[in-house]
Design a protein around this ligand. Structure first.
Ligand SMILES: Nc1ncnc2c1ncn2[C@@H]1O[C@H](COP(=O)(O)OP(=O)(O)OP(=O)(O)O)[C@@H](O)[C@H]1O
Ligand SMILES: [Mg+2]
Length: 278
């Protein structure tokens, strides 16, 4: 089986990369609604910036379709790990493989800032997520479908500037979903939202993940968000995965339940004890 390994790439939201299957211009069918997620295997992954050794040997297997949350103190390398997974940054050593060749549309990233194009209306902003399929005849229809999924069909002709912060993030989610990605990475996507909007976005993320079956990797500062959404929470410390916590709570989850609160407390105590050591 071929695996796809990383090469250096310029930054782009559309996680384009040089190492996808060589048959670039194959016209692709729209993915079925239940396209399966891709598994992810990371071996001995290292990354430094100058003298700053940020990731010091990450070993990780994520089964297809799993929802993984990554937590750790500020500057521990969470975003760096996500960017390496998404092909936005070059790895120094080790490998990241998806078990098969991948297409650019297979992996999408959603950031804390929605990063919408101010000169394009909502529908056109979602179409951007189609990448090279943007020119295809069904681009409008696919973008409309993604807008329906994120509950914003009525905003299709609006400019981004008139949307609320939560609505902008929904557009960003629609843009990430429109290509039916098989891995969706989120870097603090809800960090700038108020508490209520945040909870409603968390529910939306969980629903689209359940509907579409992609592999989800969520970087968050919010441990209660991590245990509410993820099957598994990884704690990064000193450049490695220090704790790998399984969240077995049944879905839909009861926010504030004793089970989730207990897990949250134990993960927080890991984080705080690591902080005490530095
Ligand atoms: N392009 C870069 N050039 C130089 N140093 C970088 C670069 N990107 C990240 N770093 C450094 O790598 C370390 C990890 O950064 P990263 O952004 O991955 O942390 P993080 O865990 O996402 O933090 P936060 O929770 O604050 O977002 C930091 O010390 C940061 O300064
Ligand atoms: Mg970060």
């Amino acid at each position: 089986m071929q695996t796809a390994l990383r090469t250096s790439l310029p930054e782009t939201e559309l996680a384009s990369r040089a190492n996808f299957a060589p048959h670039a211009r194959v016209v692709r069918e729209e993915r079925p609604l239940h396209a399966s997620g891709l598994p992810l295997s990371i071996r001995g992954l290292r990354k430094s910036f100058g003298d700053n050794e940020v990731l010091r040997g990450i070993d990780l297997h994520i089964p297809a379709g799993q929802f993984v949350a990554i937590v750790g103190k500020s500057g521990c390398g969470k975003s760096t790990l996500l960017r390496l997974i998404a092909g936005l940054e070059k790895i120094d050593a080790g490998s990241i493989s998806f078990g098969q060749d991948i297409q650019p549309e297979d992996i999408r990233v959603m950031f804390q800032e929605p990063r919408l194009l101010p000169w394009a209306r909502v529908l056109a902003n979602v179409e951007v997520g189609l990448g090279r399929d943007r020119a295809s005849g069904d681009a409008h229809a696919r973008a409309e479908k993604a807008l329906i999924e994120v509950g914003l069909a009525d905003k299709r002709d609006q400019w981004p500037s008139v949307l609320s912060g939560g609505q902008k993030q929904r557009v960003a989610l629609g843009r990430a979903l429109v290509s039916r990605p098989r891995v969706l990475a989120f870097d603090e996507p809800l960090g700038a939202l108020d508490a209520l909007t945040r909870i409603s976005m968390q529910r939306l993320l969980e629903r689209v993940w359940r509907d579409q079956g992609f592999t989800a990797i969520l970087v968050t500062h919010d441990v209660s968000e991590a245990v509410a959404l993820a099957d598994r929470v990884l704690v990064i410390e000193e450049g490695r995965i220090a704790h790998d916590v399984t969240v077995n709570a049944a879905r839909p989850r009861q926010r504030g339940s004793a089970e989730l609160a207990g897990l949250e407390g134990s993960i927080l105590s890991h984080l705080l004890s690591a902080d005490d050591r530095t």
